[in-house]
Design a binder for this molecule. Structure first.
Ligand SMILES: Cc1cc2nc3c(=O)[nH]c(=O)nc-3n(C[C@H](O)[C@H](O)[C@H](O)COP(=O)(O)O)c2cc1C
Length: 207
């Protein structure tokens, strides 16, 4: 490959385009789109979201100390884009889209019924960085759509049709995995066993 040079900027992706739910001081919910989200630590399970100060969501998260990261799917594309283009200060996005909410399990903030995976988060710290403030939060509960859990209690994320965002465009992830963790270094027999396991699961699911 022959590279051209650009000035440093966030030319980075794909990232998940998630919908983050929050509540205000009175408990009124709001939802907004976040691309600048990331994994910070496995134990404890820490994630980050970078939020501009002017967002209603920034105000809500700062007041409540919690939020929910709702993973999005192809079916949620329009909602995801809209919630990232209109502020809850001007539009009640939940009413506008008739978005169905479900109550929080371990926190007060509700999650989106349509989302296949919702991560309930409690804020650990906030760091001012410049355009965005970085919220580091602990995932205190995961809610997972039942149909994504197979008979071995494994979550088949590939089946969710998750949305990704890259350089101003939305994409969906293929429902067919093209590799599994460690496959490049696994012994042939292990690779074959894993492949067979996946194949058998698909056959069971189809029938
Ligand atoms: C794909 C996408 C990704 C976005 N990512 C972020 C983000 O990471 N941080 C942020 O502060 N705003 C982000 N936005 C913009 C906010 O979602 C948008 O300003 C929203 O209207 C804020 O809503 P609120 O005022 O109701 O909180 C994103 C928008 C889109 C469409």
């Amino acid at each position: 490959m022959t590279k051209e040079l650009f000035k440093g900027s966030i030319m980075f992706g794909p990232v998940p385009a998630v919908l983050v739910t929050t509540i205000d001081k009175e408990g009124k919910p709001n939802v907004f789109t976040v691309g600048w989200t990331g994994v910070a630590c496995t134990h404890p399970p820490l994630v980050t979201i970078a939020v501009r100060k002017e967002r209603l969501s920034h105000e809500n998260i700062s007041a409540s100390g919690e939020f929910v990261i709702n993973l999005t799917t192809r079916e949620m594309l329009k909602m995801t884009d809209f919630c990232g283009c209109r502020s809850g200060r001007k539009v009640d996005k939940i009413k506008h889209f008739g978005i169905e909410l479900e109550p929080g399990a371990d926190i007060k903030t509700p999650s989106l019924k349509k989302s296949p995976v919702a991560l309930e988060c409690k804020v650990r710290s906030v760091t001012e960085l410049g355009s965005h403030d970085l919220f580091v939060a602990e995932i205190v509960r995961n809610k997972v759509e039942k149909t994504l859990i197979d008979q071995n209690n494994t979550i088949q994320m590939g089946q969710a049709g998750l949305l990704a965002y890259c350089h101003g465009e939305y994409f969906t992830l293929s429902r067919q995995p093209i590799g599994t963790f460690g496959y490049s270094v696994a012994r042939k027999s292990v690779r074959q066993a894993r492949h067979q396991k996946k194949f058998q699961q698909k056959k069971v699911k189809k029938s």
